[in-house]
Design a protein around this ligand. Structure first.
Ligand SMILES: *Cc1c(COP(=O)(O)O)cnc(C)c1O
Length: 424
């Protein structure tokens, strides 16, 4: 087997074949960087904005300017970005509770939302803990088509049938589902339908999608887009945080939910976190480009090894996630082990599957990251169940991402060679 796969040759072949895709990614990062820098200039970013505030944080100019910059970069009317938003799920929860009231319906337009939202919505979990369901918010969903695309007709019919829909929810990235990620154009199509046949807010779970395309959901009609700063827009710099961008009204309502009605976004000490968030946004288009190249590279190599991938190596991407269908538990474990060995932090650790609370099957995770759980950094995981898919993303630099991918390839090859020997 090792004779068949000359990794050095294969790497050179991959990079030659992917050169046009890499060129496109560089150009796209350049355009997004220009968008970020234009916003910095227009908002007169200066070092004074990086100063820490404490207590109530009234008049924290850095916080106010960063909000304005996010609004501009995402093409929205308003935004808020806070290190006190503790995760993507927290940010999404603020959005959902900010917009929905008792008697309203939350309609998901893209099938089941991300796992961690189940208990927020009340699809699963204990009654009485304060889910949307506990507060009398109903939930329904329109499944994706068999091809994993939005069911536009189904969405239209569901909206027309139920005038209580207040939030039409879209998940841009596949998350950990075996589906396609949506393009911003597809999101725009859904926004058009929602706005034509209801007065619901369109809310987008934007996790993993930021800066992958020239457009963002707020530019095509989304009323609210939400994401995490330890993914794309934090650029690998933000230590923690989340953002919500959208229309003035949607952002105002979410601000009331985030702090308190009447108080809204007037308070919030930045405690010295502003600089990392500014710097992270500055880096984000570039860092996302590094992650995209790493994903293309991984797809190319694993396809050559005979694995099924989604997206395919040469496909245009809509988020930074790469799926590799490992097909056997040992191969999935080997993949993650290799990613861990090829990480800058905790490279000496051998990761093992474990029973993670809330998951039916054991899960394996590789995360040798500077910031805990930061998945713009090289990371991989997958539930130990057929078809044993490794979900892989990140790489703060293409160079290190490539080292991580090659390490995963070597670990997987070892298992394949052992199997081949066992069989012969
Ligand atoms: C990561 C992610 C979330 C939530 O993220 P946490 O920060 O882990 O709470 C939500 N939706 C999608 C699609 C994600 O990828």
């Amino acid at each position: 087997m090792s004779n068949t796969f000359d990794l050095e040759r294969l790497t050179a072949e991959a990079e030659a074949a992917l050169a046009p895709a890499f060129r496109e990614i560089d150009l796209q990062a350049e355009r997004a960087t220009a968008r970020v820098m234009d916003a910095f200039r227009a908002c007169r970013v200066s070092a004074a904005l990086f100063a820490a505030t404490d207590g109530y944080g009234y008049d924290d100019r850095g916080r106010e300017v960063l909000d304005e910059i996010y609004a501009r970069v995402f093409g929205a009317e308003a935004a808020f970005v806070r290190s006190a938003i503790l995760s993507g799920t927290h940010a999404l929860t603020i959005g959902l509770f900010g917009l929905l009231r008792p008697g309203d319906t939350l309609l998901s337009l893209t099938g089941k939302p991300y796992d961690t939202l189940d208990e927020v919505i009340g699809i699963s979990g204990e009654a009485g803990v304060g889910s949307l369901k506990d507060f009398g918010v109903k939930y329904s969903e329109v499944a994706l088509t068999a091809e994993g695309l939005p069911d536009y007709e189904g969405v239209r019919a569901a909206l027309l049938a139920d005038p209580s829909v207040k939030v039409a929810f879209i998940q841009r990235s596949k998350g950990y589902l075996d589906r396609k990620s949506l393009s911003v154009d597809e999101i725009g199509e859904l926004c058009k339908i929602v706005h034509a046949c209801s007065d619901a807010f369109v809310m987008v779970d934007n996790c993993y999608g930021e800066f992958v395309e020239d457009k963002e959901p707020s530019m095509v009609g989304a009323d609210l887009s939400v994401g995490s700063l330890i993914k794309n827009p934090g650029g690998g710099m933000a230590e923690c945080g989340g953002y919500l961008v959208g229309t003035r009204r949607a952002v105002e309502l979410c601000g009331y939910r985030f702090t308190a009605p009447g108080v809204g976004l007037e308070i919030g000490a930045s405690l010295g976190q502003n600089k990392n968030m500014f710097k992270g946004l500055f880096y984000a288009p570039h860092t996302v480009a590094q992650a995209l190249k790493t994903a293309h590279f991984a797809a190319y190599l694993f396809e050559k090894l005979g694995f099924e991938t989604e997206p395919r190596a040469k496909e245009v991407r809509h988020d930074i996630i790469q799926q590799v269908k490992c097909g056997a538990p040992e191969l999935l474990v080997a993949f993650c082990r290799g990613i861990q060995y090829g990480s800058p932090v905790d490279a000496f650790v051998t990761c093992e599957p474990w029973d993670m609370p809330g998951y039916g099957d054991p899960v394996i995770m590789a995360a040798g990251t500077f910031t805990q759980g930061a998945s713009l950094e090289l990371s991989a995981d997958g539930p130990i169940r057929p078809p044993y898919i490794a979900y892989f993303q990140g790489g703060l630099t293409y160079e290190s991402g490539k080292i991580g991918v090659l390490s995963a390839v070597r670990e997987v090859l070892k298992v394949m060679e052992n199997d081949a020997q066992g069989a012969s």
